[in-house]
Design a protein around this ligand. Structure first.
Ligand code: ZN
Length: 168
């Protein structure tokens, strides 16, 4: 079932999400809904708070031939690479806004898969960017917090013009 995507201004997006205590069928149903929602909105990643669930779970699909879509529960950045890379980001919680964000180009991430098994991911390129963006969501951080204050001001100004009618 596709769920409503929470938009900028919704307090759930700014809350620090709680760790998942146990991987249950209920959580797997949430993950299925998150995939459906992500694909319905043509996104490449989605975090629990974006569907109003303040729990540490993300789904990711960079749409690259060598990467299978996956969910990650209680994901944690183990290490970020030394090199920074600039790349354009958008966010399903801020449709219409895009900007260049500088982030480490590689990231080592671990978490649990939907079976509750610990997995390690050595990510680079788009996958590394998506993982950092989605894990930020679990800490209440949005990509507009990762640009200069001036750019953020411009983005927020644009939001007032482009935000959907039902946005808070
Ligand atoms: Zn986002």
């Amino acid at each position: 079932m596709q769920r409503e995507v929470r938009l900028l201004g919704d307090p759930v997006l700014r809350r620090k999400a709680a760790p998942v205590a146990e991987v249950t069928d209920e959580l797997r149903a949430l993950i299925d809904d998150m995939f459906e929602t992500m694909y319905g909105e043509e996104g490449v990643g989605l975090a629990g708070p974006q569907v109003g669930v303040s729990e540490r779970v993300i789904v990711v699909d960079p749409r690259e031939p060598d990467v299978q879509p996956f969910a990650l529960i209680n994901p944690r950045i183990v290490q970020l690479g030394p090199e920074l890379e600039r790349g354009e980001e958008g966010c399903l919680s801020m449709p219409g806004l895009k900007d260049i964000v500088e982030r480490p180009s590689t990231a080592m991430v671990e978490g649990l898969d939907r079976a509750g098994q610990l997995v390690h991911i050595d990510a680079s390129g788009l996958l590394a960017r998506i993982l950092q963006h989605e894990i930020d969501h679990l800490d209440g951080v949005l990509f507009i917090d990762r640009v200069s204050p001036l750019k953020r001001k411009m983005l927020l100004k644009k939001w007032q013009k482009v935000k959907p009618a039902h946005a808070p």
